[in-house]
Write a protein that binds this ligand. Structure first.
Ligand SMILES: [Zn+2]
Length: 378
């Protein structure tokens, strides 16, 4: 019998109640192919699920991937029946339009091509129709291509909800040539959001005895930090030069796959969730300030927010190491660099301490702790 602290829905009082995990459970994580010719493996992994595939993606992503997708399937049992734009936002409304499209209805499988929003819309569409789906990330900025969550928005662009599900993508195809030729800023921001995974997950799970899947996720999360601190600078330089290198490949895999695996392993059907920490609580709280969301990149602020968490935990050595790394790659190391004053931090600090991202912490975060640490990062 295993007990873990239980993450309960937002707004409920007893956040850290213990939950018994029964004797039966399944864990599903996606497999991947990576390399400049990764799409060559499409027939091998997809033919099991049928013959007709429809591509759903963003305009730029499909332009980058189109020829390669067609070449990879040309003399194979897989036929690509069409290329459909996902819409302008990751919305249920856009997904409903796609679900009614004859090409989608007729397809045996869906190929989701692009960044986070295109992939999330495609995933939701495939899930609604019960069709298998494969993902083709064209930027290395987040783990949408390898996670079991879709971030859904309203048609006006405002956040709607996290849609959690159990089915995962059948396989992830990561073409490093396409990623090397994407704007480097995606990778840069992705680095901040990804190393945060390690710091937040390890803080959330501190001092707990964990069952197999959670322990695996927490242990694996270390790679979200180590690989990026080792290869991050080189990967950004290589991305700027459009070069497929070991550093870029390692970083792309870390941002897309390792983070996706970790997020699946450390959260279970949304009942226990070790994802999140001070960095995400800071970002979502700052988004309450007018105009902040529209003018700041998620991963950049989250990458800075980890520094705040490290100071709150009194981890000076780790703080200095990460601050040096941020300086090296140009991620912010102070509130002034993200245009936020200490008065504004004071304004959002109470909300931060109530954010669901810090609900699973080993201690109750206080406004005083936030302000004391923030004072060192002005
Ligand atoms: Zn994030």
């Amino acid at each position: 019998m295993i007990f873990v602290r239980k993450f309960v829905k937002k707004g409920q009082k007893n956040k850290h109640m213990r939950e018994t995990i029964g004797t039966d459970y399944s864990i599903q994580i996606p497999s991947y192919t990576v390399g400049p010719d990764a799409y060559r493996m499409i027939p091998k992994y997809c033919s099991l699920y049928g013959q007709k595939a429809v591509v759903i993606g963003g305009h730029k992503a499909m332009a980058a991937a189109r020829e390669k997708l067609l070449a990879a399937t040309e003399h194979s049992s897989i036929t690509i029946t069409g290329f459909l734009h996902y819409g302008d936002e990751a919305t249920y409304e856009a997904s409903e339009v796609l679900q009614k499209d004859p090409l989608v209805q007729d397809a045996d499988m869906i190929f989701a091509v692009g960044g986070g929003k295109a992939v999330d819309t495609s995933k939701v569409t495939a899930l609604a129709l019960g069709k298998p789906f494969f993902t083709f990330p064209t930027i290395a900025s987040n783990c949408a291509a390898a996670s079991s969550v879709a971030i859904m928005y309203n048609p006006d662009g405002s956040f709607r909800e996290f849609r959690h599900y159990l089915d995962t993508e059948k396989h992830v195809f990561i073409d490093t040539d396409i990623i090397a030729n994407a704007p480097w800023e995606y990778l840069w921001a992705g680095i901040g959001d990804t190393y945060a995974k390690y710091y937040e997950v390890s803080a959330s799970s501190r001092g707990e005895q964990l069952p197999h899947f959670l322990a695996t996720g927490v242990t694996l999360s270390r790679m979200c930090m180590e690989t990026l601190l080792r290869f991050g600078k080189q990967a950004i330089d290589d991305n700027k030069a459009g070069i497929v290198s070991e550093a870029l490949t390692e970083c792309a895999l870390t941002i897309i796959m390792t983070t996706g695996w970790v997020s699946m392993l450390v959260a279970r059907q949304h009942t226990m969730d070790y994802n999140g920490g001070v960095a995400h609580a800071l970002f979502y709280s700052l988004c309450e300030l007018p105009g902040f969301d529209e003018t700041h990149i998620h991963g950049v602020v989250v990458g800075f927010g980890v520094l705040l968490q490290l100071l709150i935990f009194g981890e000076t050595e780790e703080f200095e190491k990460l601050r040096d790394f941020n300086r090296q790659i140009g991620l912010p190391v102070s509130f002034s660099e993200i245009g936020v004053t200490l008065d504004q931090v004071r304004q959002i600090a109470p909300r931060m301490t109530r954010d669901e991202d810090v609900e699973h912490f080993p201690f109750k975060l206080t406004v005083e702790q936030v302000m004391e640490a923030a004072g060192k990062l002005r």
